[in-house]
Structure formats: structure tokens, C-alpha cells
Ligand binder design. Structure first.
Ligand SMILES: CC(=O)SCCNC(=O)CCNC(=O)[C@H](O)C(C)(C)COP(=O)(O)OP(=O)(O)OC[C@H]1O[C@@H](n2cnc3c(N)ncnc32)[C@H](O)[C@@H]1OP(=O)(O)O
Ligand SMILES: O=CC(=O)O
Ligand SMILES: [Mg+2]
Length: 533
């Protein structure tokens, strides 16, 4: 326990480096402790509700629109207007908050918004988590700079992107900060520190405390965030409605409650976003025990399969009906160095993805890399000359529960199985070393995409339809065989000594645990977190 922390019932169980002192002040930690004491029990109850809901689905009660909230869907209400610097969000870049160079590069990238991530793209090491807060505090005050080991200097441009922060989802804890003997919810830690230190300065700068809320599964989870916002604004004496939050629709269950989620947050909402990768993961996870539900190779589950189109179109229609933005998602392709032909192909795939989004009615989109900002911007500038297209109501769109649940067709191949196992291994190895976003085979991989990979393998082994197109059943022993083959290729590439210094042994062990457990482990980051400091 650090002796500088002088609060009853409050413990920091990790080092407070000199740079962390301005973040982990007694006042800030007291504020987080207040949030935890007020809201942890509700968070725990909502996590328990997730378990009960899954039991009902497993016993045949498929997800549907909720009868008890039909009146909210039918009533006439609108979202409170969003501030000026959230009106035009045509291109949003994302990246881990814990990487200082990337924070500067993202703010300078020419994107309208930078989403600084404590979720999918951020491995929640103590260094990344508190270091991310240091980065953001310095960035907001224009005190951030960085010098690379090669001596390249980084500083903020005059014009920078609007900052939006994504705290961790409700399922994750911050184990290094304990209140009354219990770790605090990671989302409250990330939100609370950012809000406490920066809300006033952001307002003085003409911006505001803006958030992305990940992995929500119900409108009750949105209600809890709204309660947190109301409490936090009161506690700091900041006007109600100042916080603006964009909710990621990235679970199949949230897709059935979009209107209710917006309604819960109507004084604090900045719209919805289509988090496509977690959405695919969630579809698979939630429906994994349904006899007819099985996904083909990951690369065949594209944005144009019927269930993905149904979900994105419904998001646009829902947001525009309520007068707020519907932001698109992330194409997996990133620029490819030293191969102009492959690079052209990657950029043209991104362009095609963004064209579909803008023509469907999205008001903006996500990119993973500064090199993609001009690509997405050109598409939106051409097809969306206004700051947004909230006036495109999409009354032509009709989406039913069956549309959202429709199983994508396709094949399962050995190449698909191999890719999943390789990506799972490589991503987990990087994550354990503190890198939450990684380029693998020229694609952006993060916690959401890696979840799809390991969940597919888990399901293919257990599902009667988990059969390769050549007729072989996918079994645990086939998984083990491919795993060892892929590991030995990686070892061949790295050489004995780099391999020995890597975390591949731990990544292998974790991947085997995830695949072997008959009880589906809800998030790979949960057992993963036990293995990082
Ligand atoms: C499913 C979801 O949740 S999507 C949202 C979460 N995922 C993300 O945010 C992923 C964001 N993207 C990334 O992290 C990175 O682009 C990666 C890891 C995929 C690839 O990164 P790299 O291998 O460093 O790419 P590359 O070498 O081409 O980078 C070139 C430059 O662009 C910078 N850069 C790359 N991506 C980003 C980014 N997202 N933000 C800021 N800068 C970036 C690099 O830091 C590097 O800077 P430098 O030239 O000053 O050294
Ligand atoms: O968070 C975004 C996603 O696609 O998942
Ligand atoms: Mg996600």
C-alpha cells in the first residue's frame, strides 16, 4: 500500500511512479471510491443478469424486442442536441490511450475525432491504464510531447481532433485499486479519473467530457452509465447534460434495445456506433448453443451478410429517428508498406466499406490508422457535403428479429481454422506484453477481433456442424495439432532466443484454457488480466 494514499478503505496495490502522482491524487481517488461505493453493487447485479439471460437463451428463448418497453419505442422523443464539436464526425480515428506517440499522431491525423481507447485496443496493464490518463491530461492541456528512441520529436499541431474516451466495459475490474477490500469496476476507474481531472478544462477549452461506452448488453446497463453521469456532474458541480456518450452497439442483445439505450441516455447521448467486430463475437457467443447457429470462416462474415446489414441499417434508422448520429465501424485493412499493389487493394477495400456506410446513411466512420484518414474523408466529403445526414430517416428500412438473427452462410476451412489459431496466439502474446492493438497479416487485430477467432474454434469443436469443407470434424486434437504447427512456424521465424524471451508459452497456455473449458469464458481479457500486472 502506498503511504501517500490517505483514504479510509482505499488501497493502491501497484507502484505510483512520479508521473502517476498528478493522476492518483487523494482527491481523485476519493472521487473514484465514491463512484465505486455508489455503483459497484448495481454493476454486479447487471453482470448477474447477463448470466441469467444467457441461461434463458440456451434454453430456447431467443433474443427479441422487449414487450415491456414498446411504449418507449412508440413514443415521440428526441435526443438533446450535441455540442458543436460533435456535429461533424465524418472520420474518427481510434487507438490505445496508453501509447503516447499514437495519442499525438491520432490527434494530429486530420480526423474529426480521436477515440482514445481503454478497451479493445488497450492492454490494461497498470502502466497503460494510468499512463493513458497521464497522456490524455497532458494532451488536453497541450503539454504532451514525445521523443522516439531514434530521436524523432512529436508535438501537437495547432488544429487537433476532438477527444472522446472509451473506458473499459462493465465486465472488467481494475485490480490495482481496491475500495473496502474489493477491486473497482475498470470502467468507473477510467471514466472517473478522466472526468475528475479534465471535465472543467475541456469545458474551458470549448469542448467537453465525451465518451464512447463499449459492450453494453441492455438498456439497464445504459441506465447505470446515465446514473453515473448524473452523480459525477453533481459531484463536480458541472451542469447536467454536459457529458456526451456514444454507445457502441456491439452486442446482439443491445441491437434489440437500441431505442431504449438512447432513451436512457437522452440527456447525455451523442448517438450510437456500429462496433462490428464485437458484434460478430457477441452473435457467436450468445447463440453458440443454438443447433442452427454456426459461423463460417471469419473472413466470410462481412458487412454485407444479411444479419450485419440488418443491424447497421437499424442503427442508422434508430439514431436518425431520434435526431442523433449513427457512426460506422472499423474496416480491418491497414496500409501495407513495401508492396504497392497489396496496399492499393487494402485501401480500395477500406474505400468500398466507407462508401457503403455513407450511402446507407452513417454520419461518420472509424479508421484504425492515420494513413486511412484521407481515404475515409474523401468518401464522406464527396457523398456527405453536410456535417452529418441526420435528415436521412431511412423509413424504408424494416428490420425484424429474424433479420438480426439470420445465420450467415459459408464454409469452414482448414485455412480459416489455422488463421484463427495463429491470430489468437499472436494477439494474446502481444496483449500479455502490453500491446492491445496489433497488425497481423496486414490486418488490424484487437481484443474484439481476437475474441472472434478463439470463440469460433471453441464453437466449431463443440457444434455438430463444426466440420471442415473437406469433411473432417473439428476436434480438440485437431486444434492441438494446428496450434503446435503454428507455434513451431512462429518459433522458426523468431529464432530460439527471441522465442524464449517472448510470452508465447503463456499465450499458448491461455489459448488452450479458453478452448478447453466447456464453460464458455465470457471474455478472453478476464483470465488474461490475471496474467498481467
Ligand atoms: C474493434 C475495435 O474496437 S476497433 C478500435 C480499436 N482498435 C484500434 O484502435 C486499432 C488502432 N490501430 C493501431 O493500433 C495500429 O494502426 C496498428 C497496431 C494496427 C498498426 O500500427 P503500426 O504497426 O505502428 O502501423 P505503422 O507502422 O504503419 O504506423 C505508421 C505510423 O502511424 C502511427 N499510427 C498507426 N496507427 C495509429 C493510430 N491508430 N493512431 C495514431 N497513430 C497511429 C504509428 O504510430 C506510426 O507512427 P510514426 O510514423 O510516427 O512512427
Ligand atoms: O469496438 C469496436 C468493435 O468493432 O468491436
Ligand atoms: Mg468493440
Amino acid at each position: 500500500m502506498d503511504t501517500r494514499i490517505n483514504l479510509k478503505g482505499v488501497e493502491v496495490t501497484a507502484p505510483i511512479y512520479p508521473e502517476f502522482e498528478e493522476i492518483l491524487t487523494n482527491e481523485a481517488l476519493d472521487f473514484i471510491a465514491g463512484l465505486a461505493r455508489k455503483f459497484s453493487a448495481s454493476r454486479d447485479a447487471l453482470l448477474q443478469k447477463r448470466v441469467e439471460r444467457q441461461k434463458a437463451i440456451d434454453s430456447g428463448k431467443l433474443p427479441d424486442f422487449l414487450p415491456e418497453t414498446a411504449s418507449i419505442r412508440q413514443a415521440d422523443w428526441k435526443i438533446a442536441p450535441v455540442p458543436e464539436d460533435l456535429q461533424d464526425r465524418r472520420v474518427e480515428i481510434t487507438g490505445p490511450a496508453g501509447n503516447r506517440k499514437m495519442v499525438i499522431n491520432a490527434l494530429n491525423s486530420g480526423a474529426c475525432v480521436f477515440m482514445a481507447d481503454f478497451e479493445d485496443a488497450n492492454s490494461p496493464t497498470w502502466e497503460n491504464t494510468v499512463g493513458g490518463q497521464v497522456n490524455l491530461k497532458k494532451a488536453i492541456r497541450r503539454e504532451i510531447d514525445f521523443t522516439s528512441p531514434e530521436g524523432k520529436k512529436y508535438a501537437l499541431n495547432e488544429k487537433i481532433a476532438t477527444l472522446v474516451v472509451r473506458p473499459r466495459g462493465w465486465h472488467l475490474d481494475e485490480k490495482h485499486f481496491r475500495v473496502d477490500g474489493k477491486p473497482v469496476p475498470g470502467g468507473l476507474f477510467d471514466f472517473g479519473l478522466y472526468f475528475f481531472h479534465n471535465a472543467r478544462t475541456l469545458l474551458e477549452n470549448g469542448s467537453g467530457p465525451y465518451f464512447y461506452l463499449p459492450k453494453l448488453e441492455s438498456h439497464l446497463e445504459a441506465r447505470l452509465w446515465n446514473d453515473v453521469f448524473v452523480y459525477a456532474q453533481d459531484a463536480l458541480g458541472i451542469p447536467q447534460g454536459t457529458i456526451k456518450a456514444t454507445v457502441l452497439i456491439e452486442t446482439i442483445l443491445a441491437a434489440f434495445e437500441m431505442e431504449e439505450i438512447l432513451y436512457e441516455l437522452r440527456n447525455h447521448s451523442a448517438g450510437l456506433n456500429c462496433g462490428r467486430w464485437d458484434y460478430i463475437f457477441s452473435y457467436l457467443k450468445v447463440l453458440r448453443n443454438q443447433p442452427d447457429v454456426i459461423l463460417p470462416d471469419r473472413q466470410q462474415v462481412t458487412m454485407t451478410v444479411p444479419m450485419m446489414r440488418a443491424y447497421t441499417l437499424l442503427t442508422i434508422k434508430t439514431c436518425h429517428k431520434r435526431g442523433v448520429h449513427a457512426i460506422g465501424g472499423m474496416a480491418a485493412q491497414i496500409p501495407i508498406k513495401n508492396d504497392p499493389e497489396a496496399n492499393r487493394e487494402a485501401l480500395s477495400k477500406v474505400k468500398e466499406d466507407k462508401e457503403r456506410e455513407v450511402l446507407d446513411g452513417h454520419d461518420g466512420t472509424w479508421v484504425a490508422h492515420p494513413g486511412l484518414v484521407p481515404v475515409a474523408k474523401a468518401v464522406f466529403d464527396e457523398k456527405m457535403p453536410t456535417p452529418n445526414q441526420l435528415d436521412r430517416l431511412r423509413d424504408d428500412v424494416e428490420v425484424t428479429a429474424e433479420d438480426l438473427l439470420r445465420v450467415p452462410e459459408g464454409t469452414i476451412t482448414e485455412a480459416g481454422l489455422r488463421t484463427n489459431i495463429r491470430v489468437g496466439l499472436q494477439y494474446i502474446e502481444e496483449w500479455l506484453r502490453g500491446n492491445g492493438a496489433v497488425a497481423i497479416d496486414n490486418l488490424m487485430e484487437d481484443a474484439a477481433t481476437a475474441e472472434i477467432s478463439r470463440a469460433q474454434v471453441w464453437q466449431w469443436i463443440r457444434h455438430p456442424k463444426g466440420i471442415l469443407e473437406d469433411g473432417r470434424k473439428i476436434t480438440f486434437s485437431l486444434f492441438e495439432q494446428v496450434l503446435e504447427e503454428e507455434l513451431s512456424k512462429i518459433k522458426g521465424r523468431l529464432g530460439e532466443s527471441r522465442f524464449a524471451d517472448s510470452k508465447y508459452a503463456e499465450a499458448r497456455e491461455l489459448l488452450i484454457d479458453l478452448i478447453k473449458s466447456d464453460r464458455f469464458i465470457d471474455f478472453l481479457t478476464l483470465p488474461g488480466y490475471d496474467r498481467i500486472v
